[in-house]
Design a protein around this ligand. Structure first.
Ligand code: BG6
Length: 489
């Protein structure tokens, strides 16, 4: 009787995210033995579906880890038997009461803990939160809600959303997800920095010239144009994924690894930043391009994108942190769709060695001779440090070589998907990798003024061919701060 059970309801179960990420992540957790003994998963959506149909739909996207294939089918069957479906409207108390009844049957009188994953568009999620919390919440265990971005479009709409959420939930019940925080190399950032003596002492304006956060996709917004056009790349990637990484990178040492201590430091560093200025942003949009006989579409060719849309699919920005540690150091961000390569990286470029004895051996390009630490978040995870090294031989010539930690070579285990880490944390009540409301406010405060200016002035994006390296303006922006973008490795 005292045993507890966890019921996970995926609201918006027939959507893409649920199919591609949430159910597979839950299965992976089950496979790894990370889910509690008593658990039930419910899919909730408007479409009519039987349990069998949900299981069939979900089964198509489940996979087992490469290193553990033996009892895969058996495990999948066991998992699917614990998945159920309830069809209902997102704003119907009655439908959520029916769900509640079914959950209770499964919980069998145990202490019931309930997690709702809201994988639905923002215009309906307050209704769903209201219904879930008034009609389907547990009376004797915890109730938590995972919400997906977008958390509003600007400071005002985000604050309004937070106010509405807080009518029904306490802050500690709200798990705002930013899946970049669940990526292995992003989580490792703090380990790298705080548990290695050779990095933390160098982590300041004294030794670091600039830091770059680069996100690049080699495909466009195909199929998602309707959503994307309302947001654009600055809201879709920079204000959340890249800024979250920046905050972890640049924060002061937290008092402990406790979620509140870490989030306190992230808020502090975000609040020390200068709101982004229009002259420090370049925006771009991809245009059609024909290569090898194949024509790749322009952003505006997407039928769901309004004709003549000026929404940026690329942006580069220079940001600054006005505190003692980072005064004057440019933090550059670059994010784009339909570029030449897919990848996400953090690049830390160090200063020149003062009075370098080897300047002559390095040649004239001193910039090329500075150390650079590269954290390749994806794909093919790696951390490498570019150092100057003598080219073997009788002469004295230096070149830059890599001290290389290549994950695939070093670790045989497959890296878990970000959603696995984050779902497990939400079940365990670990809030470290979720975004607190004051962090969100601070993040919007940095981008809202410039977003408004771009939209009010109808700034024309710089057009770049699909599959290219993006607008040349990004290079001019970096050059203004004496920076050269690193090339995705
Ligand atoms: C999402 C964005 O948050 O992240 C998408 O809305 C983007 O536009 C995606 O494609 C990238 O995530 P990942 O994990 O594939 O790099």
């Amino acid at each position: 009787q005292n045993e507890s059970t966890v019921s996970i309801t995926v609201v918006g179960a027939s959507g893409d995210l649920a199919k591609k990420k949430i159910f597979p992540a839950l299965f992976a957790l089950y496979y790894e033995g990370c889910l509690p003994k008593h658990f039930t998963i419910f899919g909730y959506a408007r479409s009519k579906m039987t349990d069998a149909e949900l299981r069939n739909m979900v089964s198509k996207t489940l996979t087992c880890r490469i290193d553990k294939r033996e009892n895969c089918d058996e495990k999948m069957d066991e998992f699917l038997k614990r998945c159920f479906y309830h069809s209902g409207q997102y704003d119907s108390d009655g439908n959520f009461q029916e769900l509640d009844k079914k959950l209770k049957e499964h919980e069998g009188g145990r202490v019931s803990n309930r997690l709702f994953y809201l994988s639905i568009p923002p215009n309906i999620f307050i209704d769903a939160v209201r219904c879930a919390s008034t009609s389907a919440s547990s009376g004797n265990g915890w109730n938590r809600v995972i919400v997906e971005k977008p958390f509003g479009r600007d400071s005002e709409s985000s604050a309004a959303l937070t106010r509405s959420l807080k009518q029904f939930l306490e802050e500690d019940q709200i798990f705002r997800i930013d899946h970049y925080l669940g990526k292995e190399l992003v989580e490792n950032l703090s380990v790298l920095r705080f548990s290695n003596l050779i990095f933390e002492p160098l982590w300041s304006r004294q030794y670091i010239r600039n830091v770059q956060f680069i996100f690049s996709e080699d495909f466009g917004t195909e199929g998602r144009g309707g959503y994307f056009d309302n947001y654009g790349i600055i809201r879709d990637i920079m204000q959340n994924h890249l800024l979250q990484i920046l905050a972890l990178f640049a924060m002061e040492t937290p008092v402990s690894l406790d979620a509140e201590d870490i989030r306190n430091e992230k808020v502090k560093v975000l609040r020390s930043m200068r709101p982004l200025q229009l002259e420090d942003v370049i925006i771009g949009q991809y245009k059609s391009h024909t290569k090898g006989g194949v024509t790749y579409p322009a952003y505006v060719d997407d039928k769901t994108v309004p004709k003549g849309s000026l929404t940026p699919t690329f942006a580069a920005a220079a940001l600054f942190i006005d505190n003692a540690r980072w005064d004057g150091v440019p933090f550059l961000m670059k994010a784009g769709k339909a570029l030449h390569k897919k990848g996400a990286e953090i690049r830390v470029q160090f200063r020149h060695v003062p009075g370098n004895l080897y300047n002559k051996s390095i040649g004239t390009d001193l910039d090329r001779a500075t150390n650079e630490l590269v954290i390749r978040v994806q794909p093919d995870e790696a951390i490498y440090l570019k150092i100057n090294n003598k080219v073997p031989g009788l002469g004295m010539r230096l070149d830059r070589s890599n001290l290389n930690l290549h994950y695939a070579a070093r670790y045989s285990k497959e890296i878990p998907d970000a959603y696995e880490r984050l779902l497990l944390d939400a079940i365990e009540g670990e809030r470290r990798l979720f975004i607190r409301s004051d962090e969100l406010d601070a993040a919007w405060a940095l981008f809202t003024p410039v977003l408004k200016e771009i939209e009010e002035k109808k700034i024309i994006p710089e057009y770049y061919p699909y599959g290219s390296r993006g607008p040349v303006g990004a290079h001019y922006l970096a050059a203004r701060y004496n920076v050269k973008w690193g090339d995705l490795g």
